[in-house]
Write a protein that binds this ligand. Structure first.
Ligand code: GDP
Length: 446
């Protein structure tokens, strides 16, 4: 799984992480190689493009702390972007059973994708690991022996199957399964639907009917990872016609490239929830974006090193700023830094949310139009200034202000407002700096 991509990336990173400094050329070269590696891994082109763009943007603006090398920082950025591409920290972790019992799980997909195998793998795991009472039913009335196949798998894995009644159609079977589950006190019903060689209209109609009859909580598309981008297109079609809640990718044991797994979420907006990693009945894994990213990069130690160092950044910065303020320095760069920090904390509403009993005030703040965009706008104004202007705001006369306003998309009045705010804050800092030690005490002795 992901072996070839993993090898390629570790080669690229070995070149980067050893160096003390990185030139823009080094980063660009690495990005080109990452791009190539992703394309070779069969990741969808638009996904590759957006991935490398985001990594490049973040790498350029990244703050590098003393204790780590720029190359290590790039590894961390690529890691985080991989997690995001796979759906973020909050997705993953397998099937969602958070609904009143019996919870119906409908399995859909093409013939031969591994639908029946995956159905019984999931049922086995829910039974053995999660101690759920599971009923499986095959709705495949087209392929001879399909219902029989599921029955045998059920017997092998200690999972009940719905008794077979010849001549019933898929919708009837689905309804019977739900009734049997209700009466029998089952927690979960797994509905293994019929597949086809290709998507066709009758199949989609049948899926919609079964869905209406069973009201499933999860509709999982089973797709063969070896088919790469075809699997991604298939997921899109199924989602448009039937609506799916997630994807189970089979044959990940045979896919060293991983393109389908890597593009699925970004293209379809639906998460990969499970991966099949072999023919055996226990070869099933939950899909966690972070774990997968760790596995692809194989650089977990660097990632956690950078995470720890990043925590130190804020403390380092606060100390530096306090020292400057103590000397009475507070230029527009310092102000921008403070605004960025405020924004990081979730803006005005985020900070207010942390204080108890400010629910009512929140409304007033909103009414006064102090919305979170203000911080962003103010930072944008400062970013439109030259280095000299930021350190010596006094040189800002009418024509410069006009240029800055145009550059940041605001009125000159807003530039003036920001400058006034800065002046007041700077005056206050100077005053406090003179009263020796007072600022130090205020800032916790920094
Ligand atoms: P269905 O037609 O979609 O129900 O497909 P089946 O469940 O009958 O599976 C077709 C074949 O794929 C069987 O031989 C399975 O053993 C095999 N298979 C299913 N999942 C995996 C997997 O994750 N890895 C591997 N290597 N084989 C799998």
């Amino acid at each position: 799984m992901f072996e070839s991509l993993s090898d390629r990336l570790s080669g690229i990173f070995d070149k980067l992480t050893g160096r003390g400094a990185l030139s823009e050329n080094d980063v660009n070269e690495a990005m080109r190689e990452i791009r190539r590696a992703l394309i070779e891994a069969d990741v969808a082109l638009p996904v590759v493009r957006s991935f490398t763009d985001k990594v490049r943007n973040r790498a350029v603006g990244a703050e590098v702390v003393k204790s780590i090398t720029p190359g290590q920082m790039v590894v961390k950025i690529v890691h985080d972007q991989l997690v995001e591409m796979l759906g973020g920290d909050s997705v993953g972790g397998g099937i969602d059973l958070n609904a009143p019992a019996p919870v119906a799980i409908m399995m859909v997909g093409l013939q031969g994708s591994g639908k029946t195998t995956t159905t019984s793998k999931i049922a086995r795991r829910l039974t053995q690991r999660d101690k759920r009472k599971v009923l499986m039913a095959s709705l495949d009335t087209r392929r001879p022996a399909a219902q029989e196949q599921l029955k045998v798998l059920g017997e092998q894995n200690g999972v009940d199957t719905l008794p077979i009644i010849e001549g019933q159609g898929p919708v009837e079977i689905a309804k019977r399964a739900m009734t049997a589950a209700r009466l029998g006190g089952y927690d979960v019903v797994m509905l293994d639907t019929a597949g086809r060689i290709h998507i066709d209209e009758p199949l989609m109609v049948e899926m919609a009917e079964v869905k209406a009859a069973a009201n499933p909580h999860e509709i999982l598309l089973v797709a063969d990872a070896l088919t790469g981008q075809d699997a991604v297109n298939l997921a899109q079609s199924f989602d448009e016609r039937v609506g799916i809640t997630g994807i189970a990718l089979t044959r990940m044991d045979g896919d060293g490239r991983g393109g389908a797994a890597l593009s699925m979420q970004a293209v379809t907006g639906k998460p990969v929830k499970l991966i099949g990693t072999g023919e055996k009945s226990d070869a099933l894994e939950d899909f966690y974006p972070k774990r997968i990213a760790d596995r692809i990069l194989g650089m977990g130690d660097i990632v956690s090193l950078v995470e720890k160092a990043a925590e130190a950044i804020d403390a380092e910065k606060a100390a530096k700023m306090a020292a400057r303020m103590q000397k009475g320095h507070f230029d527009l760069d310092d102000l921008a830094e403070q605004l960025r920090q405020m924004e990081k904390m979730g803006g005005m509403s985020g900070m207010m949310g942390m204080l108890p009993g400010v629910g009512k005030m929140k409304k007033q703040i909103e009414a006064a139009n102090i919305d979170d965009k203000v911080f962003k706008r103010q930072v944008a104004i400062i970013s439109s200034m030259t280095k000299q202007e930021r350190s010596k705001p006094d040189i800002l006369k009418a024509s410069r202000k006009k240029r800055i306003a145009a550059g940041s998309g605001v009125d000159v009045a807003e530039v003036n407002k920001l400058l006034k705010m800065h002046r007041q804050m700077a005056d206050m800092m100077k005053m406090m700096g003179k009263k020796k030690g007072m600022l130090g005490k205020l800032m916790g002795g920094l």
